[in-house]
Design a binder for this molecule. Structure first.
Ligand code: CDP
Length: 213
């Protein structure tokens, strides 16, 4: 079983994906962390995340050392991630890792949950279990501010909202793997839902699909 969870920034993908993985006994991969690590590697080396050569070489050399970096979840890293993510060779370099994880998940699990932007459209288009989360931008910005503050990072709502909307626009308008729901995705608006309600709706969807297959 492969479950794809896609959607814009701070729509609740990570929380839902982790909950689904626990519930169904599946492995979990946060694919955004891969793009963030590439973006951060470029920033750390003083390079330009928009430069295809620099970004591609960072993607090809990606190790696991940056995944615990304190700056991985910052908005500046998110912006760098979005810049490198628009470069075809970067996406190509990260694709086989994601597909291998989905098809042969670690720990002998019976499947995997992947969250990102293009899991349902590009990475695992064959899976019937595709969820696309959306939410009002102001609500998403508030959630991100709370998440950052919980980690001790001070954040200004208006700035987070502006940065997030810029990143979403960039992710939607890129020519390769743009942020768009797959045609057969279950689109769930989480604006007025808490994490438990989102989880319950997603489990219902997965179980209903399972019954149909
Ligand atoms: O945490 P948040 O939802 O804000 O972002 P993320 O999932 O960590 O992803 C950071 C950036 O990586 C996104 O803005 C996308 O540009 C890019 N990304 C992507 O292009 N494809 C994916 N499958 C996952 C992330």
């Amino acid at each position: 079983m492969i479950i794809a969870v896609d959607g814009p920034a701070a729509a609740g993908k990570g929380t839902l994906a982790r909950n689904l993985a626990r519930h169904f006994g599946l492995a979990y991969l946060d694919t955004g962390a891969l793009y963030r690590a590439v973006g951060l590697a470029v920033l750390e080396s003083g390079g330009d995340p928009h430069d295809p050569e620099t970004a591609t070489s960072a993607a090809k050399q990606l190790g696991f050392d940056l995944f615990d970096h304190p700056d991985l979840r910052n908005e500046a890293t998110g912006e760098a991630a979005s810049a490198v993510a628009a470069i075809p060779a970067v996406r190509e370099a990260l694709l086989s890792f994601q597909r291998t994880f989905a098809e042969n998940p670690p720990g002998e699990r019976g499947g995997a949950v992947l969250d990102g932007r293009d899991i349902g459209t590009v990475v695992c288009p064959e899976t019937p279990f595709k969820i696309f989360l959306v939410a009002d931008p102001a609500v998403r910005a508030e959630r991100r501010v709370k998440e950052l503050r919980n980690r001790g990072v001070e954040a200004i709502s208006a700035e987070i909202l502006r940065d997030m909307e810029h990143r979403d626009a960039q992710d939607k308008s890129r020519t390769i793997s743009p942020l768009v729901p797959a045609r057969d995705a279950f689109v769930l608006d989480t604006t007025e839902l808490d994490a438990d309600a989102v989880f319950a709706a997603a489990v219902d969807f997965v179980n209903a699909k399972n019954g149909m297959n």
